[in-house]
Ligand binder design. Structure first.
Ligand SMILES: NC(=O)c1ccc[n+]([C@@H]2O[C@H](COP(=O)([O-])OP(=O)(O)OC[C@H]3O[C@@H](n4cnc5c(N)ncnc54)[C@H](OP(=O)(O)O)[C@@H]3O)[C@@H](O)[C@H]2O)c1
Length: 253
């Protein structure tokens, strides 16, 4: 994909990976708008020259209202990135985890579906465009302290696959970005060995720039997660990752 002439909306672009990709798409020459809930982050990004939109992906009305505003301002929108996500640790032996489970599914899975539904008619009408969905290495190799997170990302992977097939022939493509652990605010407490954001984003832009763009954007650091089952390393890696259960309060790991 040519990264220099696109009109991109990054939902969940107010921090972390989304904000970094917003800056990089803009640096390549694309027109970029970002959306999220944080008024302060939106104001800062507006100061950098981005179009900004308030959106809460757990609220269908808010998603539709934001969609209308975005398309009024950017009628040539051709790329929608569904970056919004939350990562919660959950101790499944404590039933109060359910609140986190529900919030995770509502944001990561149903939020993704809400945003895709909102923009699908526009992209089909254009006859050209791209959805970039965002999953995780954890979709393919579970990380036991974040069970619903893993489930939500595995679900977005499956959804992306079906969406790609359903949109075949419309001109609208579906690309799945599969990050490994990347050093953003969401990861600081979880993984001190996360990939530096700059290195990750540079590799992602290189992979996106390929023609044709691959269905899955897999940086080198995520290959071992993505292909663990195929490579026969799955059981050992899951066992290793079980040690991370020690990060749950009151859990010996
Ligand atoms: N960092 C990693 O290690 C890693 C690894 C694999 C996958 N990922 C995925 O990559 C994506 C970005 O993660 P990140 O590390 O950059 O995290 P982050 O810095 O916490 O960013 C999360 C983004 O999601 C937005 N968001 C959360 N809830 C939302 C809601 N209800 N409505 C609208 N926007 C919402 C946040 O914006 P507001 O707070 O402004 O709403 C923010 O822009 C997530 O989908 C995450 O699961 C991250």
């Amino acid at each position: 994909m040519d990264l220099s002439n696109r009109t991109v909306l990054i939902v969940g672009g107010t921090s972390g990976i989304g904000r970094e990709l917003a800056r990089r798409f803009a640096a390549e020459g694309s027109t970029v708008a970002v959306a999220g809930r944080s008024a302060q982050a939106l104001a800062e990004l507006s100061g950098e020259g981005f179009g900004t939109f308030r959106i809460d992906v757990t609220d269908s009305n808010a998603v539709e209202a934001a969609r209308n505003d975005v398309l009024t301002q950017y009628p040539g929108l051709d790329t929608v990135i569904t970056m919004s996500g939350v990562m919660h640790l959950e101790d499944l032996r404590d039933p109060t985890h359910f609140k986190a489970a529900r919030a995770t599914i509502d944001t990561n899975l149903v939020g993704t579906i809400r945003v895709i539904d909102a923009f699908t008619p526009h992209l089909i009408r254009r006859g050209a465009g791209t959805f970039i969905t965002v999953t995780s290495g954890i979709a393919f190799l579970p990380f036991p302290p974040m069970p619903t997170y893993a489930a939500s990302k595995a679900a977005v992977h499956a959804y992306s696959e079906a969406l790609r097939v359903q949109l075949d022939g419309t001109g609208v493509g579906v690309v799945e970005l599969v990050p490994p652990a990347v050093a953003t605010a969401g990861q600081e407490d979880v993984n001190p060995r996360a990939l530096p954001l700059d290195d990750f984003a540079a590799e992602v832009m290189q992979l996106l720039a390929q023609n044709p763009t691959p269905d899955e954007i897999l940086v080198k650091g995520v290959q071992m997660h993505r292909w663990a089952e195929r490579d026969g390393t799955y059981a050992d890696l899951v066992a290793q990752r079980a040690q991370a259960l020690a990060m749950l309060p009151g859990h010996e790991g």
